[in-house]
Design a protein around this ligand. Sequence first.
Ligand code: ADP
Ligand code: ZN
Length: 637
Amino acid sequence: MSETAIDIAPGSEVLETSLGVLHEVFGYDDFRGPQAEIVAHVGAGGDALVLMPTGGGKSLCYQVPAIVRERAGQGLTVVVSPLIALMHDQVGALIEAGVAAAFLNSSLSSEDAQKVEKQMLRGELTLLYAAPERLTTPRFLALLDSLHERGKLGLFAIDEAHCVSQWGHDFRPEYRALVVLHERFAGVPRVALTATADDLTRADIVERLQLQGARTFISSFDRPNIRYQLVEKKDATTQLLRFIRDEHGSAAGHDAGIVYCQSRRRVEEVAAMLCDAGLTALPYHAGLDAAVRQRHQDRFLREEGLIMVATIAFGMGIDKPDVRFVAHLDMPKNIEGYYQETGRAGRDGEPANAWMAYGLQDVVNQRRMIDESPAADEFKQVLRGKLDALLTLAEASDCRRVRLLSYFGEASQPCGNCDNCLTPPELHDATESARKLLSCIYRVQQASGTAFGAGHIMDILRGKLTEKVTQYGHEKLSTFGIGADLSETQWRALLRQLIAREAVAVHDAPYNTLHLADAARDILKGQSPVWLKTLSDKAAGSSRGSRQRAARATARDDGQPLSLSERECLEALKTWRAGVAREHNLPAFVIFHDATLRAIASRKPETLADLDGIAGIGQKKREAYGADVVRVVSAFV
Ligand code: ADP
Ligand code: ZN
């Protein structure tokens, strides 16, 4: 009788139906995190704004309500997605699961597009994916009108909703026109979804899409299965190669991963280097021909164990679930970008690595790009602040995850799954060395009336009689040679620490020179201690990590490693899956996820009934593939 009573009753009923759909269609046991609440709310006709990290499981938040509403006679769900290139695979995955789905975008011939429109009007579709520019044409809106008039328009799902905001990182003006959905189709519920968390973008989405009445669902942004490792850059490409071989290599090949680089040239070089080393790697950047880019992306999605070496042009909407590592060979611009990019690892919830090599030069380069950009001064100041926050994360000696999450406003406890948690760095008091470094910067500038860069300052500290040193007479300074006790690497580490603490500033004019900044005074006075990580040659956590990882990558449901015959069975299943995927022109993970194949290999089903309860096998897939799976397995029983 009260409003809440009416609300709750249909919601809980819808939840039950939704669970049924989850089992039957998707073959999963339970909803994850807030999914249950969301599908109940949306399925019952409520508007929602869903903020969930990449890999959190946003798709089911609208796919399950879409099926529930269609079965209840409420008609079609229209999914707005900006990524034409990926609609094909998303729709393919739904069709594999037995859901009537189609897409409309510029890749279809007009004949095929008309076919889809007819299906839609005849009520034969449960989900229709469309690009925003297509959706908002007068012609298409008129088609939707005719569905709406008959009560056959069940739901709008707006994916990647941050595209509506110029504060988001992927502003798409076409998204602005989507406000028409609210104005024109009163009463049709809308769910907007994004992995972008910041307040500004969120408020903008609500306003631009007029979602004021919508319920907001915010998930934790933690990605517990991702292990963060930030290492000091020495010989970056050698370090990368070692990381991939140690943690992601096996006799059978290597895991799928993404390596991000700053420039197109570097992308080409690194891809070539990895190939020379016998790995399978492809380049991807905006300078490549569109057809080449498309081909490389397709191969990355479809083949197993391929490494994509890319600029940040690659990745938006790549929903490949089994990317096992994301490596940054150069430091990104800010924590938002870093989190977005690393979030592409381990969407399937299995262990994955986020690895970054960074050095002083990265900071200097990023600073220079900001300084040289034509942006307004206040804006540059914001960019510098964001870069500094990332540097502070990189220099941190405590839990990376605690710092990352707190950057996004979330409190947490040390995670036990980052380099610093696994191998807490040994620290030593470096206050005295810091003071030497600071006074050296000061004296040099005073004596010469001009500032110098890091290399020259290190030379003076370490007492190296270079040409430049003698040219300026810097060997006569009192700070000449006072730092011979530390190696250049150690001095650089200390310098980064001081930059992160804003005791030293790097100015671009004249060229990357070092200057004392505000926090220098307290350190010089000895009032603010400086702790430095004691350098060790071994990459933090690497050997321990690899053993754990190797064990888990081939683990059974109960965590025990697969036996030899189980591993052979798994390989046979993968070969069978590759054949099916090729035949259907879809990525292998759309047929079955690795985790599903592993569960099959360890359970060795002998009948179709034995397939019950294996996650990822819904009714349709059991009918379509069950017999094949049992046949493949029978050779190993
Ligand atoms: P997002 O779009 O939020 O990045 P996806 O919707 O692609 O995430 O889901 C990520 C992965 O998690 C997919 O492989 C999906 O099949 C899986 N997944 C999502 N929800 C569940 C669930 N309730 N049970 C099991 N697996 C799930
Ligand atoms: Zn940690």
